[in-house]
Design a protein around this ligand. Structure first.
Ligand code: AQP
Length: 343
């Protein structure tokens, strides 16, 4: 049997990238699961705190995320949907794992190196602006490892941007098992399930990924966007002035991104789609992208509108989810405490 764990940050309404990269993929895994499999899908509030958040906005996004996960098709009768920050085992395990994680491994994380680079003084590279960095930004890959290992997950679906963190989780898992091997290794080495869909890029700057926290709202399409908003944002998407349509992510990132979106919505490969639009133009391509995106989002959008009115139901799902998550992770923690000598 498989135990699947994945999470999403409550940093805003999910966009097309989160939908294809995470939510829709979770539904696919849920549909393919056998009754013995266990699926944990978590809203990872503690991770959101690594960057400054407005408390009111965070609280709203956190509550909405449960509804959005369900609206995407995750079924709380088959999957355990919960708030990470309601299960204290994650932070306790993160501390224990942190005490056995070599510093060098954390320093090698690309996410950290990128943060560090941004905070460096342009004139003097050795100077770092500390106000842009915090300890949480450095150590959150350990919390991620704890999220996964608390459930002794066997499979973790992630986007390629998360692959390095998953490798670290596997390293930490091996370190724990090696340090406390008796009576038998506690953790199973989690396998990475790379999301099959390609990275969706910003509609305004196709060299960056589509992101919840990018400043320009026109750079993304949200799960809750109306048909008119979808049409406006796709029509304004940055492409290029080359005639005809080809799939060429290096030289034509904007055009290729539209093909990637079309591909994610239809299941056809971007190259096959490019062949179909070869003699066409951006206007025609964009028109079709608008229609397939609308078709894709119509149901989740309507479901979200319906679910958000049912506060009692949503609170019940989160409460039951946290209870079950606690029950499973408690079993791991009893064993962890015993092994490290804190029982
Ligand atoms: N543009 C993207 N294309 C494909 N997949 C994406 N994911 C994120 N952006 C894209 C995938 O969504 C999952 C959940 O992401 P997250 O909310 O935990 O954090 P994130 O990756 O940092 O997403 P955002 O939208 O960029 O949020 P902010 O702006 O708050 O940092 C992950 O599996 C990720 O791969």
């Amino acid at each position: 049997a498989r135990t699947i764990f994945s999470g999403i940050q409550p940093t805003g309404i999910p966009h097309l990238g989160n939908y294809f990269g995470a939510l829709a993929n979770w539904v696919r895994l849920q549909d393919a699961a056998v009754p013995e499999d266990k699926l944990f899908f978590s809203v990872v509030g503690w991770h959101a705190l690594t960057l400054p958040q407005d408390p009111k906005a965070l609280s709203e996004a956190r509550a909405a995320m449960i509804a959005l996960i369900l609206a995407s098709g995750v079924d709380p009768r088959r999957s355990i949907v919960f708030h990470q920050d309601e299960v204290q085992n994650h932070t306790e395990l993160a501390w224990i794992l942190g005490c056995m994680t070599p510093l060098g491994k954390l320093k090698r994380m690309t996410t950290w190196k990128t943060r560090l680079a941004v905070s460096r003084n342009a004139n003097d590279e050795s100077e770092v602006d500390d106000s842009l960095l915090n300890a949480g930004l450095f150590t959150y890959p350990i919390l991620q490892a704890a999220d996964i290992l608390a459930y002794r997950a066997t499979h973790v679906p992630v986007g390629d941007d998360q692959q390095q963190h998953l490798e670290l989780t596997r390293d930490i898992c091996e370190i724990f098992n090696r340090t406390y091997p008796k009576p038998a290794p506690l953790f199973r080495l989690p396998e990475i399930i790379l999301t099959p869909s390609k990275r969706i890029l910003s509609l305004r700057d196709p060299t960056a990924k589509m992101s919840k926290s990018a400043v320009d709202p026109n750079s993304r399409i949200l799960l809750t966007d109306s048909y008119d908003t979808i049409a406006k944002r796709i029509r304004a998407a940055v492409t290029d002035s080359i005639s005809g349509i080809t799939f060429d992510p290096v030289n034509r990132p904007g055009t290729s991104n539209l093909l990637t979106i079309l591909s994610a919505c239809t299941g056809e490969t971007p190259t096959a789609l490019a062949g179909r639009y070869e003699g066409s133009n951006h206007g025609v391509l964009k028109k079709d992208v608008v229609e397939v995106v609308e078709e894709t989002l119509r149901r989740p959008r309507a479901e979200f509108a319906r679910l958000r009115e049912d506060r009692a139901f949503l609170l019940g799902v989160a409460r039951d989810g946290a209870e079950k998550a606690r029950e499973y992770s408690d079993r791991t923690m009893v064993e962890v405490r015993k092994r490290v000598g804190l029982n």
